[in-house]
Ligand binder design. Sequence first.
Ligand code: URA
Length: 191
Amino acid sequence: MDKQAELDKVRQAIVDNNVCPGLAAQATNLVMGDGNVDADIVFIGEAPGKNEDEQGLPFVGAAGKFLNEMLAEAGLVRSDVYITNIVKYRPPNNRDPLPDEKKAFWPYLLKQLQIIQPKVVITLGRHSMEYFLPDMKISQIHGQPKRIQFGDSKLVIVPLYHPAAALYNGSMRQTLIDDFLTVPEIIKKIS
Ligand code: URA
């Protein structure tokens, strides 16, 4: 089975298993992911916002525009990478995802990664970082690649600030871009 077909099965499993019915009832779309299923880099954000819920695609609002700009600085476009979120339905009024919501979606995120098999996972913000790198502070480890055990193999996680947090904060914005620009070098070292 090809990767997209396998990812479609993960989407169907979320629906069939009635994951987070409260969120599902208020959402327009289940936002699974976007981009290249053969990508070396997978970005993981927090949860869809209003634009993402309406369009069914991750990072298509203001934070997404910034993410696209950051990719462009590294000579990449969205179709070079894969982008998803830990929580796949929009939380009401864009509140932070709850611990139970993140826990409920976590196995499906792992399945996405098992299918795509990226070289590097970039977590955007603390919500997606905390499951991969528990008890760590993003302010202390942003931009530092961390090798973790992932099933039978190893996976490199690069924790970055969330683009929405950095959007209107000049120094955080530059830090996020600078951190991201080190990723091609990290991939080269792994390869
Ligand atoms: N912020 C996120 O974390 N994810 C999105 O898809 C959009 C904004």
